[in-house]
Ligand binder design. Structure first.
Ligand SMILES: [Zn+2]
Length: 261
């Protein structure tokens, strides 16, 4: 079975050739409109975090139990990580921390502490180039991912087995790089836009509307809201008898079907 990426790229190439044919046959207005539409499709696939068109993105995991996967991005953070770890312990919850290489370099003790407390670590690139990650070429993407894995390995002794892209963007070559490095791209099911909102009640409400068995919850460190938000989320989850677990790669689901990697 062909992968969605292959089908999408074939359609896109065909569409671009159609645009060129129209342009050179004198129908240049139609050709330009067609080319614009083609570019918009590619941009949508790149910027829409859950789109599977440019490669598989894990958006949930398979479980029969009341279980969710808590994921925390952008740390470690000296102001928030210690409080977050205490909260997780108090609720007997496990989480995956998608770390930025520069943060690991600046706070190696916190990176080690996260692992010591039973959580796991994912790669979230070396520099978190959120404004331009979507437009990077293959060489730079590889450097961003490899440098982050290298510093995490150096500091903790563990090489991360998960990857999350800054802001969930997927530049064209990212899938090939991740295949080579054998890293699954982890997306999410529920987010509260805590990167932009400071209102923890609003963040929690947004997340709670998407909670279901197998949901991936996305949260961020370093915004000043995480301990308060996390406390409310964990209380809400325990009221509904949900457990926060670290799912195995075999249970990962991409879009509406199982991963084909
Ligand atoms: Zn991030």
């Amino acid at each position: 079975m062909k992968r969605p990426r292959t089908i999408f790229i074939s359609l896109l190439t065909g569409s671009a050739l159609c645009a060129l044919a129209l342009f050179f046959s004198g129908e240049w207005v139609l050709g330009l409109l067609w080319a614009f539409a083609t570019h918009m499709l590619l941009l949508y696939a790149t910027l829409k975090p859950s789109s599977q068109w440019l490669g598989p993105v894990v958006t949930s995991f398979q479980t029969e139990k009341q279980e969710v996967w808590l994921t925390i991005d952008d740390g470690p953070d000296p102001e928030e990580t210690p409080a977050v770890l205490d909260l997780l312990d108090r609720h007997q919850a496990k989480a995956s921390f998608f770390m930025v290489g520069q943060q690991v370099k600046a706070h190696p003790d916190l990176a080690r502490l996260i692992l010591e407390r039973g959580h796991n670590i994912g790669n979230h690139t070396m520099n978190h180039l959120e404004g331009r990650f979507w437009s990077l070429f293959r060489g730079r993407i590889e450097v961003e991912i490899n440098d982050c894995s290298a510093i995490i390995k150096e500091v903790t002794g563990v090489r991360p087995q998960l990857f999350r892209a800054p802001v969930g963007h997927k530049p064209w070559p990212l899938d090939k790089v991740l295949q080579k490095l054998k890293l699954p791209l982890i997306g999410w099911t529920a987010r509260g836009f805590d990167g932009v909102s400071k209102n923890s009640d609003q963040i929690v409400r947004r997340i709670q509307t998407h909670i279901a068995p197998g949901a991936i919850i996305l949260l961020h460190e370093g915004r000043g809201t995480l301990p308060d938000t996390l406390d409310k989320i964990l209380l809400g989850l325990s009221d509904e008898a949900y457990r926060c677990v670290l799912p195995s790669p075999e249970s990962f689901v991409c879009g509406r079907r199982k991963t084909i990697r």
